[in-house]
Design a protein. Structure first.
Length: 109
């Protein structure tokens, strides 16, 4: 793990963020997600500087993961290291938004 991934993982692991269960290095299709909450269908990607030259691949990767029903949040390493609280707030907003959004296919009566 990079320093940024380790810092974020220390805040996500063991249900420390809203009691939400995240896992590391989760296979989704042909990709490995940095962090994933299967229950909330949320993937967190932490991108290092090498991603600045890989934007096309990252867009394709995000699209493929989304086809599996996941929402993908991406953060730069630097952002995680310098503004971890802001990153966590963005993750909490997404988790909260998902809980407030009604299911697109309600259960039959």
């Amino acid at each position: 793990m990079t320093d940024a991934e380790a810092k974020l993982w220390s805040r996500l692991r063991d249900g420390r963020l809203l009691g939400t269960k995240f896992r590391r290095q989760v296979p989704i299709g042909s990709y490995i997600a940095d962090f994933c909450c299967r229950n909330s269908k949320l993937v967190i990607e932490v991108d290092g500087s090498q991603h600045a030259q890989r934007t096309t691949q990252d867009v394709s990767r995000t699209r493929m993961i989304a086809q599996h029903g996941y929402t993908v949040l991406r953060f730069w390493d630097d952002e995680v290291l310098k503004n971890a609280e802001g990153v966590l707030e963005a993750i909490v907003r997404e988790l909260t938004r998902q809980k407030l959004t009604p299911s697109p296919s309600p259960l039959p009566r």
